[in-house]
Design a protein around this ligand. Structure first.
Ligand SMILES: Cc1cc2nc3c(=O)[nH]c(=O)nc-3n(C[C@H](O)[C@H](O)[C@H](O)COP(=O)(O)OP(=O)(O)OC[C@H]3O[C@@H](n4cnc5c(N)ncnc54)[C@H](O)[C@@H]3O)c2cc1C
Length: 324
């Protein structure tokens, strides 16, 4: 049996952020991920300056595709707003692999199935054991399932459903465009260009409200890609895939004993924009600090609202979740 101080289940942004902080402090840490990196992660790959800061990324020496937008084009039911702001796009397949490697932590490809607590040790599949355990395995994280599901049951009203595809495409418009609530979608659609001829397009909405509307995500995908064909991505061909995750809801219990949950495992994506990379990174860092410094692990400074928490946030939150 392989033994270490801290086992991290999942090597996405939450897991690699925790691993980096722990490794830098000299902890004996091991990351388990069911995939071999670089691995595909469905995601628009839009990141905020806050994420860049939290990850201490020097943009000029980031070795992969990195595009900066100076404005966002926001379309809300026929209204059009050009919002000046600085935001970035990366390709997750590159970004996640780079972050994980940069963490310096050893990584073992392993699908975690069973976890038990025995005499103060977290024992994983009778093959690994540790004193601390960080759940960073995304929506289906086995650490959440084993220790936290009862304490933090996920609210069906906060479940998102998405369809997306990232394709090589010689885009002409290098800005990010977002369409909110188009054709009754309880969410939004996006056009996110990446540096060097890549493009990510997708639609995301609240699963329960979609079900009630009688129009599924494929209907919205179809309508949206028809619009793109006319306006921004003529002739692009797609073969989309789907993924589901949870917006921030009941996350009262994020630590039980020496087990922690972070990122999508805890359901931390923001309520207004369903942005999850920032909360994953910040929660991973906070979990690592709690272990190293023996301080409480809490999510007070892990943002629950991308738009700053003001009136606009509350309006978008309401429109997405209708007060769930
Ligand atoms: C279509 C789509 C678009 C999105 N766009 C954006 C965006 O533009 N900006 C943004 O901020 N957020 C976006 N998000 C949300 C964002 O992708 C997630 O919130 C973020 O990836 C969460 O990071 P994480 O580290 O918690 O989990 P993940 O990135 O999902 O990483 C979890 C890791 O755990 C591993 N794992 C899972 N189960 C096991 C197991 N049993 N054993 C071992 N390993 C396991 C997986 O292989 C994976 O590598 C989007 C999500 C979707 C679906």
């Amino acid at each position: 049996m392989q033994t270490c101080d801290v086992l991290i289940v999942g090597g996405g942004p939450a897991g690699s952020s925790a691993a980096r902080v722990l490794k830098r402090a000299g902890a004996d840490v091991l990351v388990l991920d069911k995939e071999r990196f670089p691995r595909l992660k469905l995601c628009a790959g839009w990141i905020t300056p806050e994420v860049v800061r939290d990850l201490e990324i020097d943009i000029s020496s980031y070795p992969h595709r990195f595009l900066t937008f100076q404005r966002l084009h926001v379309h809300v039911k026929g209204l059009y707003l050009k919002v000046p702001c600085v935001q970035h796009s990366i390709r997750r397949v590159e970004f996640d692999a780079w972050l994980l490697e940069r963490s310096g932590a050893p990584v073992v490809q392993h699908t975690v199935r069973n976890i038990r607590l025995e005499d103060g040790w977290y024992v994983v599949d009778d093959a690994f054991r540790s004193r601390y355990l960080i759940g960073a395995g995304g929506t289906r994280c086995p650490v959440y399932r084993t220790f936290f599901r009862e304490a933090n049951p996920r609210a069906a009203e906060l479940q998102t459903v998405t369809l997306e595809h990232e394709i090589p495409y010689d885009w002409r418009d290098g800005d990010c465009h977002l369409w909110f609530f188009d054709k009754g979608l309880p969410g939004y659609s996006w056009y996110v260009p990446k540096e060097d001829g890549w493009l990510n397009v997708g639609v995301g909405g609240m699963a329960e409200r979609l079900k009630r509307s009688g129009k599924d995500i494929r209907y919205h995908w179809h309508e949206f890609t028809r619009l793109l064909d006319r306006k921004l991505a003529n002739g692009a061909q797609y073969d989309p895939s789907g993924y589901s995750y949870f917006l921030r809801g009941n996350v009262d219990v994020v630590r039980i004993g020496n087990a922690f949950i972070t990122g999508d495992a805890a359901g931390l994506a923001t309520r207004d924009m369903a942005e999850g990379i920032g909360p994953a990174v910040r929660s991973g860092i906070r979990a690592a600090e709690a272990i190293l410094e023996g301080k409480p692990y809490d999510l007070r400074d892990v943002t629950g609202a991308s738009l700053g928490g003001g009136l606009v946030t509350r309006l978008f939150d309401w429109a997405m979740t209708r007060g769930a």
